[in-house]
Design a protein around this ligand. Structure first.
Ligand SMILES: NC(=O)c1ccc[n+]([C@@H]2O[C@H](COP(=O)([O-])OP(=O)(O)OC[C@H]3O[C@@H](n4cnc5c(N)ncnc54)[C@H](OP(=O)(O)O)[C@@H]3O)[C@@H](O)[C@H]2O)c1
Length: 311
């Protein structure tokens, strides 16, 4: 089978198209014919060797996968050959930037029926991140007020929709390019992040700050000062410290997304119910993955890119 992989860490040029044996599923594993592989900012961090994620070289990226069940190992139940599935695969394992991928059966759920199977690879880790940040880390409740920075990004648009659905009041920060999407996702108020400090125009205390962006330290601290006593700051930008204010009981929590089959099944249900959207900015063939990584690293990608193992 064809796979895009790297034998040494480094810039996107280390990625190369290779021909390898199609793997055989071990106990608990499923072999998928890949329909799509989601591309994420962390793919660059892993490929550069910047993230503390212990991969084995050579490594195939693409931990967000959609595809069709081809075969499975011992002990796998509830799946049938031909099932169309989606999953957030272990980041340490070879991923879906290939024609076939091995996936742990317990990471897979039925793919959304309402969107193309290849596009479904744009859902798992980003939607799980939004869900876990809001409901596990922040324990967001109806009627609470939340500020979401980076709301116009891929995680952010899911977070806005999920927070609104939970009955929260959402204040979002976005630049001009994302304003319409953030408004469409349901934000009650959108602050232009390019017009100055968002914290300076938030005049009421908030229960939660959810940061999804590379904020300057001063801005992050200023936003933390807007959180009510006993509130929480949650951030996905794990390379930056998440501020807290212990004197006021304001906690600072950094998100590390994990695979969760039940949560992913619920997110798929919400997609099919029209309550969440999987917006795909670009569909690229597998051979273009090095160029996609380079554009992502250069900040030239806005929205989700899915690669497909076509010629
Ligand atoms: N820790 C984890 O488990 C985990 C999981 C998933 C993702 N992440 C991280 O979470 C972050 C968001 O992921 P994503 O996929 O949603 O990324 P994304 O699509 O690139 O979105 C990030 C958004 O941040 C905004 N932004 C950029 N610079 C900003 C600044 N200086 N101030 C305020 N906003 C700024 C941009 O908004 P505009 O469009 O408005 O310009 C952009 O759309 C990434 O850093 C990703 O690596 C972490």
């Amino acid at each position: 089978m064809k796979t895009m992989r790297f034998f040494e860490t480094g810039d996107p040029s280390v990625l190369m198209l290779d021909e390898v044996e199609t793997p055989t599923p071990a106990a608990g594993q499923v072999l998928l014919r890949v329909a799509g592989a989601g591309v994420n900012p962390a793919d660059n961090g892993i490929r550069f060797g910047r993230l503390p994620i212990p991969i084995t070289l050579p490594h195939t990226p693409g931990y967000d996968a959609s595809g069709t069940v081809v075969s499975f190992g011992a002990g796998v139940t509830g799946l049938t050959v031909g099932d169309e599935v989606v999953g957030f695969l272990p980041m340490t394992d070879d991923g879906a930037a290939a024609e076939y991928v091995l996936a742990p059966a317990d990471s897979l759920v039925a793919a959304p029926a309402s969107i193309a199977l290849s596009d479904a690879a744009g859902l798992p880790s980003v939607a799980l991140t939004a869900w876990q940040a809001l409901f596990e880390y922040a324990d967001l409740q109806a009627c609470q007020r939340i500020v979401i920075t980076g709301a116009g990004g891929v995680v952010g648009l899911h977070a806005v929709r999920l927070a609104k659905r939970a009955g929260a009041e959402v204040i979002a920060t976005a630049s001009g390019r994302s304003r319409a999407a953030v408004t469409d996702a349901g934000a009650d108020r959108v602050i232009d992040r390019t017009a100055g400090s968002a914290a300076s125009v938030i005049d009421e205390p908030v229960d939660v700050v959810l940061n999804l962006a590379p904020l300057a330290e001063e801005e992050f601290s200023a936003l933390t000062a807007r959180v009510r006593d006993g509130g929480v700051v949650v951030s996905t930008t794990a390379w930056m410290a998440t501020p807290s204010d212990e004197a006021r009981g304001v906690r600072g929590l950094t998100v590390f997304v994990r695979s969760d089959r039940d949560q992913l099944a619920e997110l798929v249900r919400l997609v099919d119910a029209g309550e969440l959207r999987v917006d795909i900015a670009e569909r690229a063939p597998l051979v273009q993955l090095p160029e996609v990584h380079a554009r992502l690293e250069a900040g030239q990608v806005h929205g989700k890119i899915v690669v497909t193992p076509t010629a």
